[in-house]
Design a protein around this ligand. Structure first.
Ligand code: SF4
Length: 1022
């Protein structure tokens, strides 16, 4: 007669077939009352698959883990009690904390407890319950404010579960035990329990009850040589009628169970290999290459498995490396919902509203491919929204978007802002209308609402986006069903009204749970955690990431407690944790026929120590490495092949590289790319890659036409050519443009515009009031007028930053800093009251459509300057022209930056503006230009006259240097300009001959080959 209670002791994985056979035989008699309880879900699935393959009938619910047993028992016996998912229990815990906030000061840094605090509290509660800790009494004299608050949280949380009759993942075990005890008559017929290792105290209670309530109870207990790892008093096993030990003392598997306790070498007969790799990525690549090799030798991928210490964090790496090698794979657990891009997009919708429509959030949302996939009537281009909103200086806020876009539109249609490339009033209208409709939709998520109202508003928005069209429908459905479940849970939020930010936290918490969408490709490689290996049988197993800190991961500390408190609570010691991890490692070693162990040496620049477990295997088994095994003919990843081909081509072995090329990569294309970087884009500019297009007749023809005699140039664009022809090419030929930043202050360009506008307005109004020059007598009146104008101009801009405050103070002047820019300017003007030169024209434009702020005397025709047989047409805007009654004039260019060109630059043809403007106004007015200079408007106001003849010097009456040959200088400047135009027409846009970038502020530095990072990486000498 069979014993009622029997224990079998054996090596992990042994006797499993017998247990399965006995279970199926017993289940045939009474399938509902016969249970097979296993330690891991993976083992449950393995056995179910095996029975399916053998066509053996069984009840799926009766093969389960201990937790699965509780879930089944709960579902079959519950009446009104409801089960809370892990994310719902997090929400409930947060709710409890918030409701008791005033008594829980230690758990709040701001308004909400952090996600980490909630996670730690859940861990703490779990340990207290599963280990049956009498908290806080067990702390004795160590009790204090912290333990009181923790105790309050546990009590309140339990009450919140109790009143609406709820159980969560942790209290489910308690519920099952209580229920079993209450229902005296409940009996199970045959229970087979396989491979449970050192259960927790609460689990022991359940096992004891099951043993008592069953007709027969048969248990397989893993055992081995190492007493620290395997010895178990088996107090939970109660009275045993029969006990057997099936270990074979001399077998390799038995010896492996003593890997940590004995010293003798173990002969693994080449079944174990071990190696170190430069990084985790290299380790995964080596594993993938070895898998390809094994698979090519005829082993199906389904016979190969890889175990990771922490699987959840590895999905991204696995996806990247395995798809590169074309290896299919499966995993029984899935990533968090929030790790799926589609879920991040959906959460991003709420984030936009919770973040007050921040510009970056809105552009990010629109840039998502999911936004474009969803069938929405909003036709918004993310690039256009990005560009337009930057120019509109939008930062955040629904109203600010609308106001700033309106303002930009008005300025574009009124002509006050003409220099915005690629932005037309129509594009602003498109953005304004599209954004308006989008925000109208999202408005539903604003304000305070009940959770139900939020969920239905959110679902309405998702419906408008027609989420059915997303390929990841199952993932989206998962989130929606979680929300719907929450919406039907009256106990959690009742009718409490929450903010959008709180709703965002709710959705994020729901998304924090695994997606229950396991990655499945049954024929692929199995990916699993190390603990899942116990009692399995793998023909090939790789265990990777064996570094100190990960395997073993040793920490005794429970969150919120110190080691003394841990000791009083009776939680696990360091030795307990070590031995438990040794057990799982040994069980993994025993699960494989062929075993590969590996570890990375460095990660993110940080050196890593290989795991003590790894070293112990190396020491006792002395295995071979596997990195170099059969390197020839091993299939490589697409990226490795490309690197190899590149190396071969780099060393001149171009033909040999062909074999390494992926079908999608053309050799010509690769060679072109290598030559482009290694040859053409180095040294002197002599190819089209460095802006020399003169060899291409078609291009030269197009350029000659485009920049023909009718083309009108600005002196500034020709200066750009003079400084760096390649920059001219990028800016004026292919029209590249840097995206503007949204500034917290005026941009340098806008600051210049404001200063120009103030100075122009001042003199216009000053002259309208009948005045001519500013003198010492009229200075106070001028200052008064200027102040009013400054205020008007500053009021057009609205920034909310200390930088803006400082800018305003610099312009207005202040008590500490003294007079502002403009008062200093007027003082400077007053010093010249004796000169007959009178400020007469301001923002005098020629060759351009006259704008609102341009001088009324402006001249719309372009000015033609002729020299020898050639001529050029120019346009421009002269900041200020001072004229004297004798028909002489002087021009000023206001400069708001710290640098301006010098006379040497004018002589070298690098600074063309002043000489060409002098020539242009002479041509327009028939007057004679006698001087030109820069007027620096900064903290120190300064006039610098760069060109001046003797008449000019007399008229200015101050110390200025006379230009030795002013007419000659002007002619030479014109000739330089003509030469540049000639080269532009030919298609010559080289980088500076000196191979030194002349402009550290160039907007194209990030794409220019003189960029210091490119130089650094390419070891290029610039
Ligand atoms: S970064 Fe310097 S060298 Fe390159 S395009 Fe700009 S100015 Fe020319």
């Amino acid at each position: 007669m069979a014993a009622r209670c029997s224990n079998v002791l054996g090596l992990p994985g042994e006797e499993l077939e017998t247990f399965i056979k006995d279970f199926t035989a017993a289940a045939e008699r009474d399938p509902f009352a016969t249970w097979l309880i296993l330690p891991t879900n993976r083992l449950v699935r393995t056995i179910c698959n095996k029975l399916d393959q053998q066509n053996i009938p069984y009840l799926v619910s009766r093969i389960c883990t201990l937790k699965g047993f509780c879930e089944n028992y709960f579902e079959e016996n519950r009446t009104t009690t409801r089960y809370l998912s892990p994310s719902e229990s997090t929400l409930l815990l947060e709710h409890v904390l918030k409701d008791n906030k005033k008594d829980l000061s230690l758990f709040f840094t701001r308004e909400h407890p952090t996600a980490k605090t909630l996670e730690n509290l859940q861990e703490f509660i779990k340990v207290i319950i599963q280990r049956k800790v009498q908290f806080p009494e067990c702390l004795l004299d160590l009790q204090g404010d912290k333990s009181d608050q923790l105790d309050r949280i546990i009590r309140k949380y339990r009450e919140s579960l109790h009143d609406p009759d709820l159980v969560d993942e942790v209290t489910l075990l308690e519920w099952t035990i209580k229920h079993l005890k209450r229902t005296d008559g409940e009996r199970f017929r045959d229970i087979f329990m396989y491979g449970i290792h050192r259960p927790l105290p609460l689990e022991e209670d359940l096992i004891s009850l099951l043993r008592e309530r069953s007709v027969t109870f048969r248990c397989f207990i893993p055992s081995g040589i190492d007493p620290d790892v395997f010895a178990d008093p088996l107090t939970w096993a109660g009275k045993i009628d029969d006990k057997s030990n099936i270990r074979t003392a001399s077998s390799l598997r038995n010896l492996m169970t003593g890997i940590f306790s004995q010293e003798e070498p173990i002969d693994t007969e080449n079944s174990v290999r071990l190696d170190l790799f430069p990084s985790h990525h290299a380790e995964l690549q080596a594993i993938a290459a070895e898998i390809c090799r094994i698979h090519n030798s005829g082993v199906p991928l389904s016979d190969i498995s890889i175990a990771f210490p922490e699987l959840k964090t590895e999905f991204g790496n696995i996806e990247e490396v395995f798809s590169d090698f074309g290896i299919s794979w499966n995993a029984s657990i899935s990533r968090r919902l929030l790790d799926y891009p589609v879920i991040r997009f959906l959460v991003g919708i709420i984030k936009v509203v919770a973040g007050n429509y921040a510009r970056e959030d809105v552009v990010r949302l629109l840039s998502s491919p999911y936004f474009r996939t969803g069938r929405t009537s909003l036709h918004l281009s993310p690039d256009e929204v990005d560009l337009v909103s930057r120019h509109a200086l939008v930062e955040e806020g629904r109203r600010e978007w609308q106001m700033n876009l309106d303002r930009l539109h008005a300025s574009l249609t009124s002509g006050t802002r003409k220099e915005i490339h690629n932005i037309s009033p129509r594009s602003v209208e498109r953005v304004r209308d599209g954004i308006g409709s989008l925000f109208e939709l999202l408005k539903e998520l604003e304000g305070k609402k009940s959770i139900r109202e939020f969920i239905s508003a959110y679902k309405r928005i998702l419906e408008i986006y027609e989420l059915g069209s997303f390929p990841e429908r199952d993932i989206v459905d998962n989130l929606i069903s979680r929300l719907e479940k929450l919406s039907n849970n009256p106990w959690l939020f009742q009718e409490r009204r929450i903010t959008t930010d709180e709703f965002l936290r709710v959705v994020q918490t729901l998304g924090d749970d695994s997606g229950s969408i396991p990655v499945k490709d049954a024929k692929g490689v199995s990916i699993l955690g190390i603990r899942e290996c116990a009692h399995q049988h793998f023909p090939y197993l790789f265990i990777c990431g064996l570094v100190e800190g990960a395997v073993p991961s040793l920490t005794t500390r429970l969150p919120f407690t110190n080691s003394l408190e841990n000791a009083r609570m009776g939680t696990r010691s360091l030795a307990d944790i070590l031995h438990e991890q040794e057990y799982y490692f040994i069980a993994a070693l025993l699960s494989a026929e062929k075993l590969y162990l590996s570890a990375p040496l460095v990660e993110g620049g940080k050196p890593l120590l290989s795991s003590a477990f790894f070293e112990q295997v190396r020491r006792r088994c002395n295995p071979e490495g596997w990195m170099t095994v059969d390197g020839n003919g091993v299939p490589c990843s697409r990226s490795t092949l490309a690197t190899k081909a590149g190396e071969l081509i780099g060393t001149g072995l171009t033909c040999q590289a062909v074999a390494s090329l992926d079908a999608s990569q053309a050799l010509d294309d690769l060679v072109d790319r290598i030559n482009m970087e290694g040859f053409f884009r180095t040294g002197l500019s002599d190819s089209s890659f460095d802006g020399i297009l003169s060899d291409d007749e078609e291009i030269s023809m197009i350029l000659s036409e485009r920049f023909g005699p009718e083309h009108v140039y600005s002196p500034t664009s020709l200066e750009t050519y003079a400084e760096c022809p390649f920059r001219f090419f990028l800016r004026h030929i292919i029209h590249l443009e840097e995206l503007p930043d949204v500034e917290l202050n005026l941009s340098a360009r806008d600051r210049g515009s404001v200063i120009h506008a103030i100075l122009t307005t001042f003199y216009r109004r000053w002259r309208v009031s009948g005045k001519s020059k500013v003198s010492l007598v009229t200075l106070p009146e001028a200052v008064e007028l200027m102040r009013g104008i400054i205020e008007e101009e500053l009021a057009r801009h609205s920034f909310d930053s200390p930088l803006w405050e400082a800018t305003c103070a610099q312009m207005r002047g202040c008590q500490h800093g003294g007079p502002g820019y403009f008062e200093r300017f007027l003082e400077q003007e007053a010093e010249e009251e004796g000169s007959p030169l009178v400020p007469s024209f301001f923002e005098f434009s020629f060759g351009m459509e006259r704008g609102e702020s341009d001088d009324p005397e402006s001249f719309e025709e372009a000015v033609e300057l002729t020299g020898g047989n050639a001529s050029l047409r120019i346009h421009g805007r002269i900041d200020r022209i001072d004229i004297c009654p004798d028909g002489f004039f002087l021009i000023y260019d206001y400069k708001t930056g710290s640098q301006h060109p010098g006379t040497k630059d004018i002589e070298a043809g690098k600074a063309l503006q002043l000489p060409l403007y002098l020539l242009a106004y002479e041509s327009v007015s028939g007057k004679r230009g006698v001087a030109a200079g820069y007027y620096k408007i900064r903290k120190e106001v300064e006039k610098r006259v760069m060109l001046c003849d003797e008449t000019g010097k007399d008229l200015l009456g101050s110390r200025v240097r006379i230009s030795p040959d002013l007419p000659g200088t002007l002619c030479r400047s014109r000739d330089y300009a003509l030469d540049y135009i000639c080269r532009i027409r030919k298609g010559e846009f080289p980088l500076p001959y000196e191979e030194v970038c002349p402009n550290p502020y160039c907007e194209f530095r990030s794409i220019c080959r003189f960029d210091r990072y490119r130089v650094f990486e390419g070891k290029e000498v610039a």
